[in-house]
Design a protein around this ligand. Structure first.
Ligand code: GDP
Length: 187
């Protein structure tokens, strides 16, 4: 791996998961976040930073235009998927979207980094607690929600490297750890 190589990183996730906030943590102050609107009508935000080209967009509600995404998927080095760990209402939808992405031919074998974001919130789903675990601190009963890695069936993924990283993009915590994993696992 050349030190000067530009890595193409896709940051995906439902709207409101915290993708833009992650991007802000990764970009330095002089890096300008650009909004690109390709003709197909979806928004891509991008930034060049520290040898990375980071492209992000929301995946919810964009199923019909997915065929156009292949142009962006092509040549992706790492896929980052951001989850709002506290949004129990949309956890199923999040899992479905991730599972569809993992079936995309253009993303086959691409290492996957899942940011279990918003861990600063009390209700956030713990990234790696055993299924059925409920912290006594939690005000809501999370028993019916298996932990994220299990819910998304990451443990049965054999066709790519993957990592789940708890973080709070808002506080800037956990992001660097995720990027360290990424740097080690990019092919
Ligand atoms: P995007 O739609 O995925 O780009 O999400 P944004 O980055 O715009 O974030 C959506 C909302 O969640 C904003 O109000 C953020 O301030 C908030 N948010 C993002 N990351 C965190 C986090 O780690 N903790 C908390 N509590 N809020 C967050």
């Amino acid at each position: 791996k050349q030190p000067s190589r530009e890595l193409r990183i896709l940051i995906l996730g439902l709207d409101n998961a915290g993708k833009t906030t992650v991007l802000r943590v990764l970009a330095s102050e002089q890096d300008e976040i650009k909004n690109t609107t390709p003709t197909q009508g979806f928004n891509v935000k991008s930034v060049h930073s520290q040898g990375f080209k980071l492209n992000i967009w929301d995946i919810g509600g964009q199923r019909t235009i997915r065929p156009y995404w292949k142009h962006y998927f092509e040549g992706t080095d790492v896929l980052i998927f951001v989850v709002d760990s506290a949004d129990m209402m949309r956890m199923d939808e999040t899992g479905e979207e991730l599972s569809e992405l993992l079936q995309e031919h253009k993303l086959a074998g691409v290492p996957l980094l899942v940011f279990a974001n918003k861990q600063d919130l009390d209700l956030a789903m713990p990234p790696d607690e055993p299924a059925g675990y409920a912290s006594p601190d939690l005000q809501h009963n999370l028993l019916i929600f298996p932990q994220i890695a299990e819910k998304f069936q990451l443990t049965s993924l054999t066709d790519r490297r993957w990592q789940i990283q708890p973080c709070s993009a808002l506080r800037g915590e956990g992001i660097q750890e995720g990027m360290d994993w990424m740097a080690k696992n990019v092919s």
